[in-house]
Design a binder for this molecule. Sequence first.
Ligand code: MG
Length: 357
Amino acid sequence: MPFTRSALAAVLTLASATRTSAFSSVGILRQRGCAAMPVLSAASISSTTALHANVKKLSEPAKYLLPNVDVFIFDCDGVIWRGDSVIEGIPETLAKLRSLGKKMFFVTNNSTKSRKGYKQKFDSLGLDVPAEEIFSSSFAAAAYFEQTKFKDTGKKVYVVGEVGIQEELDMIGVPHFGGPQDAGKQPDMGPGCAVSHDPDVGAVVVGFDRHINYYKIQYAQLCINENPGCEFIATNLDAVTHLTDAQEWAGNGSMVGAIKGCTGKEPTVVGKPGPLMIDYLCDKLNLDRDRICMVGDRLDTDILFGNDNGLKSLLVLSGVTSEEKLLSEKNTITPDFYADSIVDFFMDENAKVGSVV
Ligand SMILES: [Mg+2]
């Protein structure tokens, strides 16, 4: 369900009232689908032996990328950090972008932390990023409930997920339960036993949950299948994630898949690639989508998010997507261009001082 303008205004009001916000005006600008074409001329990009002839590797960014982009939206995991390690050269790159007057926002599908929690993570990695520049899917879930005036229904939310969703729901005063409090619970499955559920649950939110168990799945199933009108909300559908930098780990797609499997229902997705977060930003800042570049490491969320919402898109190879996968004939999602990392935004400058790019 897309955000409506009135709902966005309501969320803005909420943000102003309940938390620090960098935004103070509401502007409306929709140019969906108008800016998905590559912005770099043929002369500015180096052809590859790509199976996808239209996918170009970035070169000469100072001439062709930076002058054409006012706002960078960065995915976090695989772009800014991997697991708990900041990617080499990122602090300096962000500082250079700020010195050029570029706006930047950090949008993550990871719902395990609230915006406050992500601010602490940025701080711990030595990255000076204001909380107002951070958008997580846990925040998006809360924004969705504001849009739909869920609080007015008097219903509760059952959470399959972690503390980030709970903290964001607390910020907007929506009652909830489940989450970490149901970790370790096991239903009694002896003869005649049943799990009793609250008939006043009006929505189930499913986010990444390192402590998902059969009790939570059963409870969510009962709410969605038996409570009339109970909504099924997914923060995101990411297949894999980076819990550590040693391997890929099953992402929230696996948690959502479990609930889909026992309900036959499709969720409302509030994180990427859904339009909620970009609509929120554009409406508040009156941004020209043609001058926004979405930067991410994942094709089916980040790049799809950029392409579907009229933004420029750039894939970095510092995360989950390899160049081989990007250029495979099986891949149907293509960015406008790609780079090894956002450090390459200053490749000319780096080359002058002898850095490897
Ligand atoms: Mg990522």
